[in-house]
Design a protein around this ligand. Structure first.
Ligand code: GDP
Ligand code: IMO
Ligand code: MG
Length: 408
């Protein structure tokens, strides 16, 4: 069975936590896109793990995790992460594989990424990890795949310096290489999770272009880049927060703006610890945007949603969520492509009553206060997609499963 998990907003929705939770029942976890721009956090009691490249099933001793074909891999970042895991007692040898179709991030790409940002009048606010450059090199057919690292014919267009650097890393990388498609074919009866990075609104095609990342973070990415065909995807889960966040620049129609919302923003950033896992930048915060969420569901065939960070609203008397945009004199119900429209959009808000209770100890849907259930059920109805899992804290066990994705 193949279950795909993607972010349904602008990243950092809690994908790492949910993939880790669901990986208990899987044998293989494939991360299908992005690179060291991602930061996926897993919390187990007192221990916290921030993963950037390694898929989120790694904490279980018996799972195989695979860095998929759509990923762009910075070997230095990867081996730093693997040694961090080793130091924490996670033995990864023999369990971490890399698709030989994945691309390499050369060290100069990071510098080129930062230079490109410095040249832009309106910077994107990239993570500076060379991601956009790696995907641009791939698209212009100047990239280097792992499969070609030891084929001198394929490296003739690289500089002397690049080649020397590659020679240093390939001895460490080659033993991890796998033909992902062949591997998954051989393990066709296994249960696999396909872990997305970033989110629907940061996807190169479906996101708020050009304020996006450069990989495929949409569900379709799991097919071409995760090593299976589109008709082999059994279920698509979209993870979203009870509110919205965004790191980096770009339109954000429901961002908290004025003075009163400023204090709400500070509250959420503090209670939700909304600082980037990769760069430490404070995340921009805003109301849940149901127009954007409905768009993410439609464009990704999300058949079940996972709601996270519901506990962050525990202390509020009331809160709001966006159910439409006002753009000039128009009321807009579908997420627009135009950046100008998104920048001018004013959210139409609906108010919800808070529950003023600690949700962190709830383990079943029935234990959730009625007002929390009302919020959940309103969202389900608005976006016409059931919410099958609710997360009420960062720990693995702070998770309420209404319906397991592993049932066909
Ligand atoms: P990802 O990129 O989608 O994997 O998300 P990140 O790890 O970048 O950011 C999510 C943050 O929220 C992490 O610090 C998680 O530990 C934390 N988190 C995940 N789920 C919940 C939740 O339900 N409630 C709270 N309060 N924190 C959560
Ligand atoms: P996870 O997987 C949130 C954002 C950056 C920037 C834009 C482009 O942890 O959800 P890039 O370095 O990719 O060229 O930056 O995309 N971005 C993310 N924001 N979560 C992520 O990953 C992100 N990966 C990239 O902040 O706005
Ligand atoms: Mg993250």
């Amino acid at each position: 069975m193949n279950v795909v998990i993607i972010g349904a907003q602008w990243g950092d929705e809690g994908k790492g936590k949910i993939v880790d939770f669901l990986a208990a029942d899987a044998q293989i976890v494939v991360r299908f896109s992005g690179g060291a721009n991602a930061g996926h956090t897993i919390v187990l009691g007192e221990e916290k793990y921030a993963l950037h490249l390694v898929p989120s099933g790694i904490l279980y001793p018996d799972k195989t995790v695979i860095l998929g074909s759509g990923m762009v891999i910075d070997p230095e970042a990867l081996f730093n992460e693997l040694s961090m895991l080793e130091k924490k007692g996670i033995h990864w040898q023999g369990r971490v594989l890399i698709s030989d179709r994945a691309h390499i991030v050369l060290p100069r790409y990071r510098e080129m990424d930062r230079d490109a940002e410095a040249q832009r009048v309106k910077p994107i606010g990239t993570t500076g990890r060379g991601i956009g450059i790696a995907y641009a090199q791939k698209a212009s057919r100047d990239g280097v795949r792992l499969a070609d690292m030891d084929d001198d014919d394929r490296l003739v267009n690289l500089t002397q310096e690049d080649r020397a650097w590659l020679v240093r890393w390939r001895e460490k990388l080659l033993p991890l290489c796998v033909d992902l498609i062949g591997y998954l074919r051989q393990h066709r009866n296994s249960w696999r999770l396909f872990e997305g990075a970033q989110g629907a609104l940061l996807d190169i095609d479906t996101g708020t272009y050009p304020f996006v990342s450069s990989g495929m973070s949409c569900a379709a990415g799991a097919a071409a880049q995760g090593g299976i065909g589109p008709r082999n995807i059994d279920r698509v889960l979209g993870v979203f927060k009870a509110y919205s966040t965004r790191v980096g620049n770009g339109p954000f129609p429901t961002e908290f703006v004025d003075d009163s919302e400023g204090s709400l923003s500070q509250y959420i950033r503090k209670v939700g610890n909304e600082y980037g896992t990769t760069t430490g930048r404070p995340r921009r915060c805003g109301y849940l945007d149901l127009v954007a969420l409905r768009y993410a569901c439609a464009v990704n065939s999300i058949d079940r949603l996972v709601l996270t960070h519901l506990d962050v609203y525990d202390g509020l008397d009331e809160f709001e969520a966006c159910i439409g945009y006002r753009i000039g004199d128009r009321v807009v119900e579908d997420f627009p492509a135009s950046i100008r429209d998104l920048e001018q959009a004013k959210p139409i808000l609906r108010t919800f009553q808070g529950w003023k209770t600690n949700l962190g100890t709830c383990r079943t849907y029935d234990e959730l206060p009625l007002r929390a259930q009302e919020y959940i059920e309103f969202i389900e109805e608005f976006v016409e997609t059931p919410i099958s899992i609710v997360s009420v804290g960062s720990d693995r066990n702070q998770t309420i499963v209404r319906e397991s994705p592993w049932i066909k």
